[in-house]
Design a protein around this ligand. Structure first.
Ligand SMILES: [Ca+2]
Ligand SMILES: [Ca+2]
Length: 634
């Protein structure tokens, strides 16, 4: 990709002295014909000397014309608005102007490309309930290219696999070469933590401190690797989920170091002095009071601090209320979808940016890509807040289901009492009445921010299987964190939770390797094959996540739910007690059925006469902390 286009060196000076060729940057660096986007606002940057200024006087194109050229508060930048007729063909525009100094006048001539859109690029766009997402921290999955581990000229100079907060060398090449493994777990989509460049002095591996909105981190393989990754996903009919961050960016982003306008940044006091970690100590942080947005009594200062305070000292809070900044972010998002063939966005820290902007942002994306899927990370702790942040944004497609996540923790980490354990899970699911589209929630047992599932359930294999089986059969779109399939279990801190995937680095012979199933413990092998078994069940019974859903209140610590239609039922039963329990099939009432087939039992040995026994006595036996899946024909 060309970020910089050389100034045409047609010197026409009044003084006769030659000017040095300068560099020009335009964001977005190119666009496409036929995008259903009529007004494009280019952000042009030319590094001027103090006595200089410039104008853009003319745009020469076919059915594309310049509406206006406006100088930004920072004179290096101009906003140039183009009007694009619906039938404008792909072409190379000429953007013409003049750069002027005290005694000089140099013509500017820039070529700007409107490309043709690629056919079939969006064949797999969107997500639905039949999808399953696999979440990867790209620095920690597979190191496919050692040569990009340290890239000269970037601020973080080292890698250190013994240090949780250092870079470890994983990249998109490594991820791409393991997509078949990911697919074998039942995943049809991959969400990576952000892959755009984080040129920060420390702690850059996680990707949430973007320093250039148009550049893939070269340590992840750059744009070429990202495009190949997209092609290889689509070849397998899998989907690409990009992690986007409208709320903040890294302090080394030029939009903070040298912003077009100070209004693009929320900061008080406005101070861009960075310490050696890239942090601005003086800035106010967010108070994390997400209820202040809808609280009828909220003090204005609390609202302001919530929305405008920085997330951390190394990430600049962006002011999306500024119209130019808003345009920049919207166009940037559209650009990535079309450039790479992104199928869905996961939106980081959804509740922290201006909420009117978020609504408009998702609206604009859907205008160009109606089937695109956007889901939020709105990390809240009660259903009413989850409802507010999901329902209020009409064009937000889905949301990470933090309420189900916490009720799962309750169900599997605590004993089942009247209000806790499986009862908490049952009651939480009943609160689905309040959400606009609960089937579009993203469900998860663990994520990259909190302790891993297997650690939280104290390494209990029965509860592990119960959790995974529920994840693969619950309403919503399941998301599996990398390594949960082989029992990674760290609880302590981000660096450790995001540990290296065993097998992703060249190791000694005999070391643990998830990808070729070698060096794993018996439990780890069991877990991996159990996840694949669940993938198989989900594949073989498409009624799961498409039929009607029903559940039964826990009796004797036994909870049941099912998917059904007129022809069949997939019934999931679980016992969250330390002794054997039974489920009384008479509770199915009008969901009548004929034949019974037991398709999974996590606890008791599969017994071929069992189906007959169940039919005869109308009771299903469940082992201690066991889960069964039955297929019933009607
Ligand atoms: Ca690497
Ligand atoms: Ca904010």
């Amino acid at each position: 990709m060309k970020y910089f286009i050389c100034l045409a060196i047609l010197l026409l000076t009044f003084s006769g002295s030659a000017n040095e060729p300068s560099e020009i940057r335009i964001d977005p660096p190119h666009w496409w014909a036929g995008m259903n986007y009529s007004s494009l606002e280019l952000l042009i940057e030319i590094k001027l000397k103090s006595n200089e200024n410039y104008i853009i006087s003319e745009v020469i194109g076919n059915d594309i014309s310049m509406v206006k050229d406006e100088e930004a508060q920072n004179r290096d930048y101009h906003y140039v608005t183009l009007n694009i007729e619906p039938n404008a063909p792909s072409q190379k525009l000429k953007i013409m102007g003049w750069r002027m100094g005290d005694n000089s006048r140099v013509p500017i001539s820039i070529t700007y490309e409107f490309k043709s859109r690629r056919k079939n690029l969006h064949e797999f766009i969107g997500l639905d309930q039949r999808d399953l997402i696999y979440l990867v921290t790209p620095d920690r999955f597979v190191n496919g290219n050692k040569d990009n581990d340290i890239v000269k000229g970037l601020r973080e100079k080292t890698i250190n696999r013994n240090e949780g907060f250092s870079r470890h060398g994983g990249d998109l090449q490594g991820l791409t070469s393991h997509l078949d493994y990911i697919k074998s777990l039942g995943a049809s989509a991959v969400w990576t933590n952000p892959i755009l460049i984080n040129d920060m002095p420390v702690y850059s591996y996680h990707g949430y401190a973007i320093t250039d909105h148009y550049k893939v981190d070269p340590r992840f393989g750059g744009m070429k690797a990202y495009k190949k990754y997209s092609r290889e996903l689509h070849k397998r009919e899998m989907k690409l989920v990009m992690d986007v961050i409208p709320n903040h960016m890294g302090t080394y982003n030029r939009l903070f170091q040298d912003p077009p306008d100070s209004a693009w940044i929320n900061s008080w006091p406005l101070n861009s002095d960075l310490d050696e970690r890239g942090e601005v100590d003086s800035t106010a942080l967010t108070n994390h009071r997400y209820t202040s947005i809808f609280d009828p009594y909220a003090a204005p200062i609390d609202k302001k601090q919530f929305t405008d305070g920085w997330f951390v000292h190394s990430m600049v809070d962006i002011n999306q209320r500024d119209q130019r900044c808003s345009n920049y972010l919207i166009q940037n998002s559209l650009w990535w979808i079309e450039e790479v063939g992104v199928d869905a966005f996961r939106v980081d820290t959804w509740v922290y940016p201006d909420q009117n902007f978020m609504d408009n942002w998702s609206k604009q994306i859907h205008k160009v890509f109606p089937n695109f899927f956007i889901f939020s990370e709105a990390w809240v702790h009660d259903g009413s807040s989850q409802r507010f942040y999901f329902n209020e944004n009409k064009t937000l497609d889905g949301a990470a289901d933090f309420m189900m996540y916490s009720s799962w923790k309750d169900a599997l980490e605590n004993p089942t009492t009247w209000n806790s354990g499986l009862n908490a899970f049952y009651k939480n699911l009943g609160l689905d009445y309040q959400y606009k589209s609960p089937s579009r929630f993203i469900t998860f047992l663990d994520n990259h921010d909190e302790g891993r599932f297997f650690g939280k359930i104290k390494e209990d294999m029965s509860l592990y299987k119960m959790g995974v089986a529920m994840l693969y059969t619950m309403r919503g779109i399941p998301c599996l964190l990398y390594g949960t399939e082989i029992l990674l279990k760290e609880l302590d801190d981000h660096g450790k939770i995001r540990e290296d995937m065993p097998g992703g680095w060249v190791e000694k012979k005999g070391d643990r390797n998830a990808f070729n199933n070698s060096g794993l413990s018996q439990d780890e092998r069991d877990a991996l094959s159990f996840v694949r078994e669940m993938a198989q069940i989900r594949e073989s019974y498409p009624l799961i996540n498409t039929g009607s859903f029903r559940h039964w209140a826990p009796y004797d610590k036994v909870y049941a739910y099912c998917w059904y239609d007129d022809n069949e039922i997939v019934l999931i039963l679980m016992n969250r007690s330390d002794r054997e329990e039974i489920f009384d099939m008479n509770r199915m009432t009008e969901l009548s059925f004929k034949d019974i087939k037991i398709i999974l039992d996590t606890q008791l040995q599969m017994d071929f006469n069992e189906s007959e026994r169940v039919s005869k006595f109308n009771r299903v036996e469940l082992g201690s902390n066991g889960l069964k899946i039955l297929h019933l024909t009607r």
